[in-house]
Unconditional design. Sequence first.
Length: 223
Amino acid sequence: MYKIMIIEDDITIAKTIKEHLAQWGYDVIYVTDFKNIIEQFIQFDPQLVLLDVMLPFFNGYYWCSEIRKISKVPVIFISSAGENMNIVMAINMGGDDFIVKPFDLHVLTAKVGALLRRTYSFQGQVNVIEHKGAVLNLSDATLTYQNEKIELTKNEYKILQLLMENIGKVVPREEIMQRLWESDDFVDDNTLTVNITRLRKKLAEAGLHDFIKTKKGLGYLVE
């Protein structure tokens, strides 16, 4: 079941869209707290976003750019402002489509279905893992913290992915090396130590101090 998030200032419209899309088997929520949209986005982890342009506090262009910092999830703008400049702005900010209000709900549903098929027919679902404000995007192997991207090597990403998939659990060194062994790179025990050290340094420089903990004789964990 695909999950859809509606970010729409008019609650009546948001409820109407939600009820209609739910009839087609989608799992739909709409935002009510317009100050903390990214937190809700991370928690719900939608496969598609319907985003109004005119919103309280910050407009839809701003929130689209914020979403794009952590996710490639498809975004459809919905707005009563259908001038060409607004459409161009929406696409340039990372939007995938633009629907002008008032619109037919069946047309909206068709566009949603088409975009979901194009996005996910040849790839896995877009997913993120979030912990203590750090967001690991599994679709493009990026790590974001406080709206800043942290550049990771291939091995650093694989290590962090494994640890964040097992939050609160100790992951043995052997299991981490086995994950790294899937690549063409030869990884021995000392190489793993070097990778962990470098990864910790990058995390600390970004403000994530003691994000990865050592359990002597056992392995590593994120808790």
